[in-house]
Design a binder for this molecule. Structure first.
Ligand SMILES: Cc1cc2nc3c(=O)[nH]c(=O)nc-3n(C[C@H](O)[C@H](O)[C@H](O)COP(=O)(O)OP(=O)(O)OC[C@H]3O[C@@H](n4cnc5c(N)ncnc54)[C@H](O)[C@@H]3O)c2cc1C
Length: 411
């Protein structure tokens, strides 16, 4: 079949790569170059442990406090609040204990096979150098502080995530740069990360092209159909491209196209920021997650990346550099000896549904359209498994992951 994949982020690229393995002819149509939208500047963690939703029980009680602080982990642009309220209401409803257990169980199914799903693609593209499995350290000022997150950690463990408590001496031996601020840690030894998410996507995409895929830089505007089948996509500049089927993997911009395919999804951008310190003088070996600072730290090929924060402001407004400055301040607090003289900052749109689950599956309308978007904070983690599962669906094979929680018509 000739399949059009909309989007060349990590999700679209992995869908294309897995579909090619079944012998399909792939045309990517993407408004951005490969690995240049949200997949460009994320924290790069590849974490089978990252199965918890963003909305945790009782979290909403902290929201007013967070919003009042300039350095809080959450910001909402006031003008955007009225449009956001229905989404926030759904988000709160999905953060009950029962919901969190349901969501985490579904996500664990998607994330447990991260490396198994990436491996064939990495091998084919000779891109193994962009991925390492050095583990992630969750770090806390003390064992008491870690208690605030204990319920979530216990849930992870109950779902089979390997997590090991690490006392102060071992923590300092594992990561001498953490000395002083952190006295307790939890090691997730199965976790990995990428040294550069954008380069990883580019390498996988380049291999797709070597294997015959074609890429068009254009914005998909609409679809043409005959009866129940999509026969072509139409681009904003008027081009029409025939196809035998389409996969929408347009990240945070997918809602309009999904609607054209019969799915009404409450997709929202959780804008996140990074600061990458090029003058990195630390010698971190693990990715480090510091929940008290709401900060993820990853030593990457181009420097030390500090990433986090959630900002609700929609897709249009430009980035707010003050949000990135908060990350830099937190990085300096965590690592007082960090040399931050040379750094860059960036903002990306995380594609988020209110239940923190992506949409992966057939479009409700046409018989030859599939949806793969909404991976929120874990698109790098879930990209390869999503691609593999989409390939199963297109081929009519049974999925390897329970995809029912990811249905497009669940809203
Ligand atoms: C600060 C930050 C830190 C993060 N850290 C992590 C992390 O550590 N681990 C992790 O797993 N995830 C992380 N994420 C989330 C991750 O980056 C995203 O989930 C992931 O990049 C989404 O990939 P995607 O392919 O769906 O979307 P994108 O990478 O945004 O790609 C979307 C593609 O669709 C194209 N497109 C959209 N609409 C159209 C259209 N109509 N026509 C043509 N093309 C279209 C775009 O041009 C683009 O190519 C983080 C995100 C942020 C912001």
């Amino acid at each position: 079949m000739h399949l059009i994949v909309v989007g060349t982020g990590i999700v679209g690229t992995c869908c294309g790569a897995w579909l090619q393995r079944d012998g399909h002819r792939i045309t990517f149509v993407s408004a951005d170059a490969p690995g240049e939208a949200c997949s460009f500047g994320n924290a790069g963690s590849l974490s089978p442990s990252a199965c918890l939703p963003v909305g945790m029980p009782g979290m909403w009680k902290q929201v007013p406090h967070w919003l009042l602080r300039a350095d809080g982990p959450l910001a909402i642009r006031p003008a955007y609040l009225p449009a956001l309220l229905p989404w926030l209401w759904r988000f709160v409803r999905h953060s009950s204990r029962d919901e969190v257990v349901r969501i985490a169980t579904a996500m664990r199914g998607l994330l447990a096979p991260i490396f198994e799903a990436y491996e064939p693609l990495l091998e084919r593209a000779q891109a193994q150098r962009w991925v390492r499995r050095t583990g992630c350290l969750y770090v806390y000022s003390g064992a008491d502080a870690a208690q605030r997150w204990a319920w979530g950690m216990a849930l992870r463990r109950s779902l089979g995530v390997e997590m090991r408590d690490v006392g102060q001496d071992e923590l300092e031996a594992l990561e001498p740069d953490l000395k002083g601020r952190f006295r307790f840690g939890i090691l997730a030894p199965e976790n990995g990360s990428t040294l550069d998410p954008s380069q990883l996507v580019k390498a996988l995409h380049a291999q797709c092209e070597t294997d015959g895929a074609v890429t068009l830089r254009a914005t998909v505007q609409d679809f043409e159909n005959r009866g129940e089948r999509i026969t072509a996509v139409v681009t904003a500049d008027g081009r029409r491209i025939d196809c035998d089927g389409v996969v929408v993997a347009g990240g945070a911009w997918s809602a309009r196209l999904a609607r054209r395919l019969g799915a009404r999804v409450p997709l929202e951008s959780q804008r996140g920021y990074h600061v990458t310190v090029q003058s990195n003088n630390l010698s971190l070996r693990h990715t480090v997650m510091a929940p008290e600072y709401n900060l993820m730290v990853n030593p990457m090929a181009m420097g030390l990346r500090l990433a986090g924060t959630v900002e609700f402001a929609g897709l249009a407004p430009p980035p707010n550099p003050a949000r990135a400055a908060v990350l830099l301040d937190k990085g300096r607090e965590m690592f007082p000896h960090l040399d931050t003289r040379r750094h860059t900052h960036w903002m990306g749109h995380r594609p988020c549904l209110p239940d923190s689950l992506p949409v992966i599956g057939p479009a409700p309308g046409p018989a030859n359209a599939w949806l793969a978007f909404g991976h929120g904070h874990v698109g790098m983690c879930g990209g390869a498994t999503t691609g593999r599962e989409i390939a199963h669906l297109v081929a009519g094979r049974p999925p390897q992951v329970d995809l029912r929680p990811f249905r497009a018509d669940r809203f």
